[in-house]
Design a protein around this ligand. Structure first.
Ligand code: GUN
Length: 289
């Protein structure tokens, strides 16, 4: 398999964004400013938000991290969201998911002003995406489209199979791949936990997107030789050879596929860094509008 290097592509996009920031500053505009709300101390969420803040520094954005207690009440959290909506200095912000169980996540996401919703999770932006209108697109599927574009992978008329139907990845991915655009124009099949004959479907995929959240779910016998395999999974599994005792792995059995013909994104270093690049791109667009 040929490796699709998400890390290098993300850094190239970040260089382009940095350039755009320099041009903004030269013409008298201010630095784009991204804020992130994090609730509680889920280590994975903390790490992701840390990467986002660090990337802001790299491209010359201002950033603000709003750290809130695991025990915060929903009303208080909504007030924090309102404060960011009202803060003219902030161009865009995200509420890192998952939120604690006692909070209605959907209510919180709907409180984010659509013009500052750089995660693209507000129903207004999700609706625009489904209608093919301009708006903020969720960063992970947008990053996958960007990878296909930058690697010159032909998508028109191809069969794309998306495994997973989440609002963050599977659903918007299906929409973006089926759009009359380049990349796009795929015939898309969306698979999920109730799909029958999954292997027969995945084996007919020219482009296979794995967004299930189960380590090594996609095995070699599920993949057609020559396919483009995009692994969205970030799973932590035990690994006695590591100091931490664990390592990150994707939804695809990477080692088993590596001798096949085709393309594959590694984990880490594939889709994850692209999510960050596209979040920055959305923030740049928010600052420009
Ligand atoms: N949790 C997992 N992925 C994401 C993401 O893209 N944005 C936010 N806000 N939370 C997440």
């Amino acid at each position: 398999m040929q490796i699709i290097d998400g890390k290098a592509t993300s850094l190239a996009i970040q260089d382009e964004i940095k350039e755009a920031v320099t041009e903004r500053l030269a013409s008298g505009s201010k630095k784009p400013h991204l804020a992130a709300i994090i609730v509680g101390d889920n280590p994975a969420s903390r790490a992701y938000v840390g990467h986002k803040i660090k990337a802001c520094e790299r491209v010359g954005f201002e950033s603000t991290l709003v750290e809130l207690s695991e025990n915060i009440q929903e009303e208080q959290l909504l007030q924090e969201v309102e404060a960011l909506n009202a803060n003219q200095a902030i161009d865009g912000f995200i509420v890192q998911l998952p939120l604690p169980d006692h909070i209605d996540s959907q209510r919180v996401l709907e409180a984010v002003h659509p013009d500052k919703d750089v995660d693209g999770f507000h129903p207004i932006n999700a609706g625009k995406l489904s209608l093919g209108l301009p708006g903020f697109q969720p960063a992970t599927p947008a990053g996958i489209i960007e990878l296909l574009k930058r690697y010159g992978i032909e998508t028109s008329g191809k069969h794309a199979v998306v495994i997973g139907r989440s609002a963050i990845v599977g659903t918007p991915m299906t929409l973006l791949l089926s759009r009359n655009a380049n990349p796009g124009n795929c015939t898309v099949t969306m698979c999920h936990s109730r799909t029958q004959n999954l292997q027969a479907i995945t084996r007919s995929a020219d482009i296979l997107i794995a967004a299930i959240g189960r380590p090594h779910f996609v095995t070699a016998d599920m993949v057609k030789p020559g396919a483009v395999v995009i692994d969205v999974g970030i799973n932590r599994i035990p690994d006695a050879t590591k100091k931490s005792g664990t390592r990150l792995t994707g939804d695809v059995d990477y080692d088993a596929l590596s001798n096949m013909d085709g393309h594959i994104t590694p984990v880490p270093g594939g889709v994850g860094p692209m999510t960050i690049a596209m979040l920055l791109k959305n923030t740049l667009d928010a600052a420009a509008s």
